[in-house]
Design a protein around this ligand. Structure first.
Ligand SMILES: [Zn+2]
Length: 261
């Protein structure tokens, strides 16, 4: 059953990755997030649904637009792979590589919790790399979820509150976990669609500040302090645009969640 759920998480990871590509492209340009049809940014042709499939779509068209043959940004493929790898690594970490490995349901919820944080950071990094800033509304969603996560008792989020039948029926257990992770994902997507456009663009400094706030909410003060120090030192000892503060926080967070948590 763990293997099945692992495959499911891997699948979710690639789907998330596809969505991240959409966010990175549309958010800083103020494009509508509600429309699901993707277009080639060069020739404006509507992509076929097959081309939108994560990873497979990219391979099928050989990394080029089916219509005008202009190369598709490698960033889409990178995001799909990075997202899948992140989700898979988190799941394996919480299920197996801990002093006290988590139960399957806890592992799924923790993967979604930290996965959301890391993938949001990944979107911010990719947007900033293009010398743009994410809308403030998008950043605030992460803050809201971080606050909710710290005040809502864990047993409300974890499906442990579900009836006893859980412990008797393996199939019910599996289906519930798949359903919960799907509902959670769709909820986040709807939240992002609703809120992202309604607030002004953040300045780079504001983005960094909110990134710090988010890492504090998700990891606690110790990790936030660690990230602030390494981020600050590297950021200010390096002359020029790179490395961005958010890149350092992303890498630092990844190390923290996989090695320390
Ligand atoms: Zn095209």
């Amino acid at each position: 059953m763990t293997a099945l759920l692992f495959l499911w998480m891997l699948f979710l990871g690639t789907v998330y990755g596809g969505y991240l590509g959409v966010l990175v492209y549309r958010l800083p340009r103020g494009f509508n997030l509600w429309t699901s049809t993707s277009m080639c940014p060069k020739c404006g042709s509507t992509l076929r649904w097959l081309d939108n499939l994560p990873i497979i779509g990219y391979v099928l068209v050989g990394g080029r637009c089916r219509f005008c043959r202009v190369p598709i940004s490698r960033q889409y493929l990178f995001l799909e792979l990075a997202s899948a790898a992140t989700i898979a690594a988190l799941f394996l970490k919480f299920r197996f590589f801990m002093d006290e490995p988590k139960t399957l349901d806890s592992a799924v919820m923790l993967t979604l919790w930290y996965g959301f944080y890391l993938l949001i950071l990944l979107v911010i990094v990719c947007i900033q790399r293009g010398n743009r800033q994410p809308p403030l509304g998008f950043l605030l969603i992460a803050v809201i979820i971080g606050v909710l996560g710290t005040i809502i008792p864990e047993h409300w989020l974890l499906p442990q509150c579900l009836p006893e039948v859980w412990h008797t029926s393996q199939r019910f257990y599996l289906v519930t976990l798949i359903a919960v992770s799907t509902v959670y994902s769709i909820g986040i997507v709807l939240l992002i669609c609703c809120l992202s456009h309604h607030l002004w663009d953040a300045a780079p400094f504001h983005t960094d500040l909110i990134v710090m706030l988010i890492s504090f909410l998700f990891f606690g003060w110790l990790a936030a302090l660690f990230l602030l120090i390494i981020g600050g030192v590297i950021r200010f000892s390096y002359r020029g645009e790179f490395p961005l503060f958010s890149i350092i926080v992303l890498i630092g967070s990844l190390v923290w969640v996989l090695a320390v948590c």
